[in-house]
Design a protein around this ligand. Structure first.
Ligand code: GLY
Length: 362
């Protein structure tokens, strides 16, 4: 079987492979490696025999708590101790097998062990395949906020095995699809066209339409991070990695106000509709493009309004605290047309509040 690689050409060029069974290629990326640590949550312990069966290396499985509970300094220290116990050297490798939280942690373990060792990502959630595992952002959370400690450490390769999506809870799949559609709005409208042409196929795990959309979204992410790995400060339409934050300014505020009980993609879906309403009020996009946001996100089953939660005043305060806001300015990625993202700073307060009303009107 062959899988067409997607190139990432940042500081250390590497390839992302997406497809059913692609994790069987792992041995070819471990040439010259003596020891391999596989950082994984308990729910993926049953996948280890298949992942390790073709490996000649000495394998250390490091079990970490599920999801964000694993992204702590304490868990990180436990991983370092495990590597020390197994005698890991500079020529050994760390693998991250799991969703975005696990790949963020595993990447940071690899970034920090002996100042950086080979890292291979095996994302198992859609969100991790199309976003977290690609692009070299690694890190952990503090009680003061998410991802406050981290490093850029590019993977040696990313193996996105679509077979893992078979067991993904539907809500997790929907959350990942929000990021896929985001890539359609900011860079590749063919994602939206193909989704609209066969939404049933796009929503079905194992369907070639879904696989194609995932590949297209990864290609968007790969192109963006190739051009701007370290997320320089963008200005207006001269925008780099910050474009990936489309919908995220409000989304981060919602996640914080909802005590991280909302799935990331759900918050991003609401945030994108808000961004579209805001862009429309600033005469940047027409009403049809706003409606297109609602229609594709609703078709996935994602929320497109935010009625029951925090008030606008609370959300507005939470947005000011967002770590993505640089200095004291409030930054939004807004569209100036389909696939034309640009940074808008400090929109007038009245327009922001009105866009929030618009978000909840339909
Ligand atoms: N998830 C946004 C980024 O990778 O920059």
């Amino acid at each position: 079987m062959s899988w067409e690689p997607i190139d990432v050409a940042a500081e250390q060029p590497y390839q992302v492979l997406i497809g059913s069974g692609v994790s069987t290629l792992l041995p070819q990326f471990l040439e010259g490696v003596e020891r391999v640590a596989i950082i994984h949550p308990p729910s993926l312990a049953s996948a280890l025999p298949a992942i390790t069966s073709g490996l000649d290396q000495q394998v250390t499985a490091i079990r970490v708590p599920e999801a964000e509970a694993g992204k702590t300094a304490e868990v990180l220290e436990g991983c370092w101790e495990a590597l020390a116990g197994a005698g890991f050297t500079r020529s050994d490798a760390v693998l991250g097998l799991g969703g975005g939280a696990t790949t963020d942690l595993a990447g940071f373990v690899a970034a920090t062990w002996l100042r950086g060792v080979k890292y291979i990502a095996l994302p198992t959630s859609l969100l991790a395949m199309v976003d977290a595992a690609v692009g070299g952002k690694t890190g952990i959370n503090l009680s003061a906020g998410k991802n406050l400690v981290g490093a850029f450490h590019e993977p040696f390769t990313v193996l996105g095995d679509l077979d893992f999506l078979e067991t993904l809870p539907p809500s997790e799949l929907r959350s990942g699809l929000a990021e896929v559609l985001k890539c359609g709005f900011i860079a590749d409208p063919a994602i939206l066209d193909e989704f609209e042409a066969d939404a049933d196929g796009a929503l079905e795990v194992g369907n070639p339409v879904q696989a194609k959309l995932i590949r297209r979204a990864v290609a968007v992410k790969a192109a963006v991070v190739s051009a701007d790995l370290r997320e320089r400060t963008s200005s207006g339409a001269d925008i780099g990695r910050e474009a990936l934050n489309y919908g995220h300014t409000l989304a981060h505020a919602i996640e914080r106000r909802e005590h991280f009980q909302w799935r990331h993609g759900e918050a991003v879906a609401v945030g994108m509709v808000f961004a579209a309403e805001l862009a429309h009020r600033l005469d940047l996009i027409d009403a049809d493009l706003v409606a297109r946001h609602r229609s594709v996100l609703k078709r996935v089953g994602l929320p497109t309004s935010y009625r029951s939660g925090a008030s606008w005043i609370d959300l507005r305060k939470a947005m000011s605290l967002d770590k993505k806001s640089r200095g004291s300015s409030l930054r939004f990625v807004l569209l100036e047309g389909l696939a034309r993202p640009a940074i808008q700073q400090n929109p007038a307060e009245g327009v922001l509040a009105d866009a929030f009303l618009g978000l909840n009107e339909s």
